[in-house]
Design a protein around this ligand. Sequence first.
Ligand code: PGA
Length: 252
Amino acid sequence: MTRKFHIVGNWKMNQSLNDIKGFFSELGSELNNLSCEAWLSPQTLHLTTVNELAKGQGKVLVGAQNCSHKNSGAFTGDTSSLSIKDAGLHFTLIGHSERRSIFNESNEILNEKTKLALENGLTTIFCVGETLEERESGNVESVISTQLEKGLKDLGSEIQDKMILAYEPVWAIGTGKVASPEQAEEVHAFIRKYLSEQTSFIADKMIILYGGSVKPSNVDGLLTQPNIDGALVGGASLKAADFKNLCIAASK
Ligand code: PGA
């Protein structure tokens, strides 16, 4: 089954409005001829601005880095997936390791967020990944299966077209220590096997992204692995030239 390559830039809490304008003017229209999906995820405050710039650019789709587990109400500081969808955005990340570790988001709350975001019609990129300690103690598969089991609870093939997974080993995020293509492939293959054995998703159809220190110089080795369908990219997505080169690599 052919799965389309996706390059998703996670800008985290970076980029001023000026940086963003500069990014889009440098990006230009060259991306429009590429076959991969090119997505960007700015800070909440910048979502609609980036979405307007992206519409002008013509190819890039825009989404949020996080969303609430509720649609509305007394949740000071939160942003609902309902409003993200209503504002014309395409997707949301859920369960990024920074949300899990810094903001203490549990598998249970991530499951609520995921169900609601999908119900509201947002494509959802659900992130999983182990820490270095968990890897060194031989627990990669049990950590990933628990995150999938609890995070994707009650979800099945009916929402498959809006569901994307991202494997991001915590030790590779922002550290410059990218997983080797073999290390990443091993976990991606495990995730696909888990999906086929334990869920009603069509495992072969699921887009599974790798994330953690991806840059133009290491992306080729990752994308040639059979179970890696693209990349979730932090640092290297902040520069238009790098983002463009990642998209070129994903369109070969
Ligand atoms: P990085 O971040 O590419 O800077 O390692 C990836 C991510 O956190 O999604």
